[in-house]
Design a protein around this ligand. Structure first.
Ligand SMILES: C[S@@+](CC[C@H](N)C(=O)[O-])C[C@H]1O[C@@H](n2cnc3c(N)ncnc32)[C@H](O)[C@@H]1O
Length: 283
């Protein structure tokens, strides 16, 4: 198997397995939490009515569907995602909303043979940090774009700037020896934390006019939803899925994690800052 074919096997397994199921289950909560980013990327990437847009790592399709409404019936939006369960939900949503100008494809955006020059713009809400070979992925995505097409995506800044996102792992670490957090830069939520790396990847894949802007957005989530989120997704979710973790440790972990989030919670709602990059460029 070539490196490109092996590509994103690990991420494909995660997003077609536990992470995909957890995102499907929590789709409403996550869409509410991430709604401000839907506005940001769709404003940045909007190519005008009738435009053709590619949404990379579209998940359950919230951003693709929102952009499909913006570009209208003469436009066309394609969401691509490696996760079969998430693409299934996205397709159902488009049918329920009776949107014709939208299509979802289950594929690895790093290697999928897109029609060359098909899209007037490319966008992503936290869907481009999982590539095993980001340069190859961004070359492939650029080939799908028209010359001068706009690229706009959001990606998380560093764990230090997003302490809320690492609270659960820091609290649970002493209880879960199997807990592992991916290195910053490895495929995963913090792969694009380093601004210089983002610029290097886009430059090497021949994107122009690269702009990387820090954006801080306030998020909120009900306490119970937060606990479900952190115990099903991310490093704590992965460690708790291990069959060797006994019930007592599980219960203790949930309690320790709940206590660690207390400074963020008021009246049953957690409020926190989401520190991101808003990245734009042209093909
Ligand atoms: C953090 S989720 C974001 C989902 C969606 N953009 C949203 O905001 O709701 C990351 C998404 O990227 C997808 N993904 C990961 N690697 C991918 C790849 N190589 N090609 C396409 N999609 C990928 C995952 O399946 C997942 O749906």
């Amino acid at each position: 198997m070539s490196k490109a074919q092996q590509g994103n096997c690990e991420q494909a397994a995660l997003w077609n397995g536990p992470s995909g199921s957890a995102w499907v289950e929590m789709q409403d909560v996550l869409d509410r939490m991430l709604a401000p980013f839907e506005m940001l990327v769709s404003q940045e990437a909007f190519p005008g009515e009738g435009g053709r847009v590619l949404d990379v790592g579209c998940g359950a399709g919230a951003t693709t569907i929102s952009m499909a409404r913006r570009v209208g019936p003469t436009g066309h939006c394609v969401g691509v995602d490696i996760s079969e369960p998430l693409v299934r939900v996205a397709k159902e949503r488009a049918i329920n909303e009776k949107l014709g100008a939208v299509q979802f494809v289950q594929a690895d955006a790093q290697t999928y043979p897109f029609e060359p020059g098909r899209f007037d713009s490319v966008m992503s809400r936290f869907g481009v940090m999982f590539f095993d070979d980001p340069e190859a992925a961004f070359v492939n995505i650029r080939c799908a774009a028209q010359p001068d097409a706009k690229l706009a995506f959001v990606a998380w800044r560093s764990p230090a700037e997003n302490p809320f996102m690492t609270t659960a792992a820091r609290a649970a670490e002493p209880l879960l020896p199997n807990l592992s957090t991916p290195d910053v830069g490895a495929p995963g939520q913090f792969a694009f934390a380093d601004e210089g790396r983002v610029r290097r990847i886009l430059k090497a894949s021949d994107w122009k006019n690269i702009d990387v802007r820090p954006i801080d957005v306030t998020g909120n989530m009900a306490e119970q939803e937060l606990l479900t989120y952190v115990t099903k997704l991310g490093p704590v979710g992965a460690a708790l899925r291990d069959a060797n973790v006994d019930e007592a440790t599980r219960a203790r972990t949930v309690s320790v994690v709940r206590a660690a989030f207390e400074p963020y919670i008021q009246n049953g709602i957690a409020r926190f800052t989401m520190a991101c990059w808003l990245v734009s460029a042209h093909a």
